[in-house]
Design a protein around this ligand. Structure first.
Ligand code: FES
Length: 121
């Protein structure tokens, strides 16, 4: 017989595995929400991304991350399409956020003029 604690641990583990599996194969959009990101307007950018995603009814995982170490480039938005490099966009405005969703997430074309970094798969 397992203790309640062990059962809870097991439940958490299963839930985590499920979440990981559900997010596999889906486009991911990650917003830098460290102190400097927020100071640079990351909340507005997050909202603009979510509005565009909802408007188009897209199946995209949106998450946030902390400090990425590029303060002066905030707000930062990363896009990771399945099987593709992770692209970091910098100094993103609300209009840029829309472009990133339409051009990159929907059409698969990197928005070259906004790219700060590429992380290979
Ligand atoms: S606090 Fe700005 S990049 Fe870390």
């Amino acid at each position: 017989m397992k203790s309640l604690e062990e059962l809870n641990e097991l439940k958490e583990k299963v839930q985590k595995d499920l979440n990981t599996r559900k997010s596999e194969g889906k486009p991911k959009v990650i917003v830098g929400m460290g102190t400097c990101g927020i100071a640079a307007g990351a909340r507005k950018i997050m909202q603009a991304l979510l509005d565009e995603i909802n408007k188009r009814d897209l199946d995209v995982i949106v998450s946030q991350t902390g400090c990425i170490g590029m303060c002066e480039k905030e707000p930062l938005v990363d896009v990771k399409l399945p099987g593709k490099d992770r692209i970091t966009y910098g100094r993103v405005t609300e209009e840029d956020a829309q472009r990133i969703i339409v051009e990159h997430v929907v059409n698969g074309n990197i928005v070259e003029d906004l790219v700060e970094a590429k992380l290979e798969e």
